[in-house]
Write a new protein. Sequence first.
Length: 295
Amino acid sequence: MPKNENKAIKSASIVTLIRALGFYHKDAQNPDYMAILFLSRKFKFLLWLLRMIQKVSSGFLENSAPGSYWYFQARTKHIDALLTDSINSGIEQFVILGSGYDSRPYRFREELKGIQTFEVDFPGTLSVKKQKLVQLYNTLPEHITYVPIDFNSQSIKDVLFKNGYDPKKKTFFIWEGVSYYLPQESVDAVLKFVAQNSPSNSLIAFDYALSSFIEGDYRTYGSEKLAKSWENVGEPGLSGIKDGGTDSFLTERGLSVISDLGPEKLEHIYATGPDGQQLGQVWGCMRIAYASVIG
């Protein structure tokens, strides 16, 4: 996390840039049509530049950051589908932990009517996002509560409860692009908060890195360049889950796995063309879990 609370987290803009690029790519079909609205002038220029380069060399991003492009497209579409699933299951609250420039509260505005939404993130990132939203809507949407937090030094329970979170309401939590940047004790604190402060059958979707990758095993696709990119932006990976150990890991923290998608499944669902041809690969060290609170 940045030492200066007034600064936004760098990776938030990078991820949003790639989502925006995917929206303009007919094969990727990223549904995030709002991603571009959260980009600064610098990143909008980079988006334009990448679109021009991609026309010449479709493999440019794949060569420079293998696995990243298709992983972000797959993650966006998969978690969008899980949000729809959770709304259909009757959630009463929606919490985005580490919301960054997530546009789901605005893209799913109609579906989320009557569902209190909380965006929880680092103060600097949240501040920039709110400025963008005021420019877009002239005011901040009333159905959303913005909650600043430093996950490493503040309690999620404290900040959410102070801002009106109701532990008796069935809740869906999204925790996207965050867990691997936190030490293990912070990851445990988040998962235990979800399990202990929301009713049975509340839901959480989050992505995580394999612990082998965090410990320096870069044999999976794109891993070595991913680790170097994290170091370059000052956000190294700190924690992960053992390959094949997700069920027991989450059970110990009061959660039950509904689905746990690895690279093969993500590529099959989200990076395969209508003719069955594989369009690209995702990071081999990443997975996306969907779990419910154990009653």
